[in-house]
Design a protein around this ligand. Structure first.
Ligand SMILES: [Zn+2]
Length: 268
């Protein structure tokens, strides 16, 4: 009886193998379907963004880094793959559920061409890859989908309830608008939380694979230098309506993660 209860609890509230944190498993596992849809849409996206950027040198570096990092993701069975996209100057990277990672040419060239004695080129690229791998391994796509499904169902139920009680009226519109605003704010907050999580667990993946985790901080310092918004106050206001935390916030969090890593190393 206790075993059956524990099994049910572990199914509904399982522990993520990478983060060790529990999360609500309230959607059926459509991972394979989502993965095939994602891969198909990814192909379309790549073509729309200029096609695959077949740079032999960078491709070999990323393949080497992937081989080093995959065993430390806790999900070696995912279809891990890095594709370089010839997206002009776009400074972006993204990941799809199941391990498909895209890096745009602008981002790769930016991180590859800046001269730095602080961290090697491989450590910088490993930081980019580890961050995206942490997104996939922490099931961020699944957790976002769960939030969207249940939040939308809640909004539809509340809207139906208000319409049946007050009809098409000002209180109904205000309530629907209020709920939708909450939905957006919670959604943005979830996205930002996932960025911090991807930095934190990306650092651990890098470290465990033998790369210098300082690479994650270096990348964020570069983004901070490139950031146009230098005003802390406006950055703070904008951060509430952004899917990504500001580079300054991420630098603070990354420094904290690096210190935690150093402490755990010296105590072990
Ligand atoms: Zn990210």
């Amino acid at each position: 009886m206790i075993k059956a209860f524990q099994a049910g609890y572990d199914y509904i509230y399982p522990q993520n193998p990478l983060t060790g944190q529990r999360y609500l498993n309230l959607l059926p596992d459509f991972s394979d379907t989502i993965r095939s849809i994602s891969c198909a849409s990814q192909e379309t996206q790549i073509m729309a963004d200029g096609g695959v950027w077949d740079h032999l040198g960078y491709r070999q570096i990323f393949e080497r880094i992937m081989n080093d990092l995959i065993p430390h993701t806790k999900h070696p069975h995912f279809c891990w793959k890095v594709t370089l996209v010839d997206g002009g100057k776009s400074i972006e990277g993204s990941t799809l559920p199941g391990g498909q990672i895209l890096f745009y040419r602008g981002l790769v060239q930016l991180m590859g061409e800046i001269q730095s004695y602080a961290v090697s080129e491989e450590d910088r690229f490993a930081a980019l890859v580890a961050h995206e791998m942490a997104h996939s391994s922490a099931y961020h796509g699944y957790r976002t989908a769960t939030f969207l499904v249940y939040s939308t169902l809640l909004q539809i139920s509340c809207a139906a309830c208000m319409l049946s009680t007050f009809g098409i009226s000002t209180p109904t519109f205000i309530s629907i608008g209020f709920l939708y605003s909450l939905h957006l704010l919670f959604g943005y907050s979830l996205d930002r939380h996932q960025e911090f999580e991807a930095d934190k667990y990306g650092i651990q993946i890098m470290h465990n694979a033998g790369y210098n985790p300082f690479g994650m901080l270096w990348i964020m310092i570069v983004f901070d230098i490139l950031s146009k918004d230098k005003n802390e106050y406006t950055t703070w206001i904008k951060s509430w309506l952004a899917t990504h935390p500001s580079p300054k916030e991420r630098i603070r969090a990354i420094k904290h993660s690096l210190m935690e890593l150093k402490k755990s190393e010296s105590s072990s």
